[in-house]
Design a protein around this ligand. Structure first.
Ligand code: PLP
Length: 366
C-alpha cells in the first residue's frame, strides 16, 4: 500500500482508537530475575487439585469451550447462593467491565468513579465516547454519598465503585454502599476484585436491590491472573443484556475448568489470604519505619507516600534498578506515591532490602 493510500485510509477510520495511542504502551514481561510487585498478582501456585483440572482441560483443546459458559455459571450461582440467570462468566473481570460500558453507554453519556481509581475505566469511557466524572475520595474511607447523589453524578448512567479501591486499598463498609444503592435511582457497579482480602463483601445486597452489579475476579485472590476468570452478578435483566453482547466462546477450556475447580475448593485459599493480610501488615510497618506514609489497605497491595520531599517516579526507577518493580501513577496527588503488591516473603524481603539501601545507603545495618 502506498503511504498516501494508507494515510487516507487511517484518516477515514474513527479517531477514537487513535486517541488511545496517547496512553502508555505495554511492556514485555520482565525476566524472572525481577521481583514483580507492580500489578497485584498473587504469587503462589494453584492448589494441586485446581492445577490437575487445568491439565485435564488441555486434553479437550480441540473442542470449542461450552457456549455461554453454562456449567461455570451454574457452579458460581450455586457457590454464591443465587440462580444462574444472575451470573455471567468472563475472560477476567476486565472483559465484563468492558461489556458493562458497551452495553449501557452511548456517546455523550457520563459515568462516575471515585478518584483515584482504576485507570482502565478511563480507557473504557473514552472508547464509548462517554464522559468519566472522577469524584475525589474522602480522606476517611467513606463514600461522599451526597456528592454522588446530588452532584454531577446524578446524571450518570452508573457509578463505579471498586471496593477495596485500587490504587489506594481503601475499603468502604458495605452498609455505606447499601445506603448509596438504596437512595440512587441509577445503576451502581461494584468492582470487588480485592474483596477476599477485606472484612466483608456486598454480594448479599443483590437480594435487596436490582440497581446493582457486582464484579469478581479470580486473578488476585485465587492466583489465576494468567488464566482469566471473572464473574458479574446482578439482576437477570442486567446480566441478560451483558450476555446478549458477549463474544462467542469468550472463555477458553482451561479458564472454564480452573474456574469450576476454584469454586469447588475456595477453602484451599484460606491460608493464602491470611498470609497476605499478615504480610501486608508487616510490610506496612516496615515502610512506616523507613519514613513512608502507608494508606491502610484491605487489598493485596499497599499505597505508600514516599518520604517527604521525594518523588514516586524516582523511587519506581531506583527500585527497578534494584530489580524490584512497583507501580507509579502520574495523576495529580499521586506523584509522591508508589503502589507495591504483596508477594511472597522472599519477594517482600527483597523489596524492603532495596528500600533500605536506597533510603540509607548501601552499607546500612538494619
Ligand atoms: C485487577 C483488577 C481488575 C481486573 O482483573 P481481571 O484480571 O481482568 O479479572 C478489575 N478491577 C480492579 C479494580 C482491578 O484492580
Amino acid at each position: 500500500m502506498t503511504d498516501a493510500k494508507l494515510r487516507n485510509l487511517l484518516s477515514s477510520l474513527t479517531p477514537i482508537a487513535r486517541e488511545l495511542d496517547a496512553l502508555p504502551a505495554g511492556r514485555p514481561a520482565p525476566d524472572d530475575s525481577y521481583v514483580k510487585l507492580d500489578t497485584n498478582e498473587n504469587p503462589f501456585p494453584l492448589p494441586t487439585i485446581v492445577m490437575r483440572s487445568a491439565i485435564a482441560a488441555l486434553e479437550r483443546q480441540y473442542l470449542y469451550p461450552e457456549n455461554d459458559n453454562v456449567s461455570l455459571r451454574e457452579a458460581a450461582a450455586a457457590a454464591y447462593g443465587m440462580s444462574a440467570d444472575r451470573v455471567m462468566a468472563g475472560n477476567g473481570s476486565s472483559e465484563l467491565l468492558s461489556l458493562v460500558y458497551r452495553a449501557f453507554l452511548a456517546p455523550g453519556d457520563s459515568i462516575a468513579m471515585m478518584s483515584p481509581g482504576f485507570s482502565f475505566n478511563r480507557k473504557l469511557a473514552m472508547l464509548q465516547g462517554a464522559q468519566l466524572l472522577e469524584v475525589p475520595c474522602d480522606e476517611h474511607d467513606s463514600l461522599p454519598i451526597d456528592k454522588l447523589l446530588f452532584g454531577p453524578a446524578r446524571h450518570a448512567k452508573f457509578i463505579l465503585l471498586a471496593n477495596p479501591n485500587n490504587p489506594t486499598g481503601a475499603f468502604v463498609p458495605v452498609a455505606e454502599i447499601e445506603r448509596l444503592v438504596a437512595r440512587y435511582d441509577r445503576l451502581v457497579v461494584l468492582d470487588e476484585a480485592y474483596i477476599d482480602f477485606a472484612p466483608e463483601n456486598g454480594l448479599h445486597l443483590l437480594t435487596r436491590y436490582s440497581n446493582l452489579l457486582v464484579l469478581r475476579t479470580f486473578s488476585k485472590s485465587y492466583a489465576a491472573a494468567g488464566i482469566r476468570v471473572g464473574f458479574a452478578f446482578g439482576h437477570p435483566e442486567l446480566i441478560g443484556r451483558l450476555r446478549n453482547i458477549q463474544n462467542v466462546f469468550n472463555m477458553n477450556v482451561i479458564g472454564h475448568a480452573v474456574g469450576m475447580s476454584i469454586l469447588a475448593h475456595r477453602r484451599a485459599y484460606d491460608e493464602n489470604h491470611s498470609y497476605i493480610k499478615h504480610e501486608r501488615q508487616r510490610v506496612s510497618d516496615a515502610l512506616s519505619h523507613f519514613g513512608f506514609a502507608v494508606t491502610p489497605s484491605h487489598a493485596n497491595f499497599l499505597l505508600a507516600r514516599v518520604p517527604a520531599g521525594q518523588d514516586g517516579r524516582w523511587w519506581q526507577s531506583a527500585l527497578e534498578r534494584q530489580k524490584v518493580l512497583v507501580a507509579f501513577f502520574a495523576d495529580d496527588g499521586m506523584q509522591d506515591c508508589i503502589r507495591v503488591s504483596i508477594g511472597t516473603k522472599e519477594q517482600m524481603d527483597a523489596f524492603l532490602t532495596a528500600v533500605r539501601k536506597l533510603r540509607y545507603g548501601a552499607d546500612s545495618a538494619s
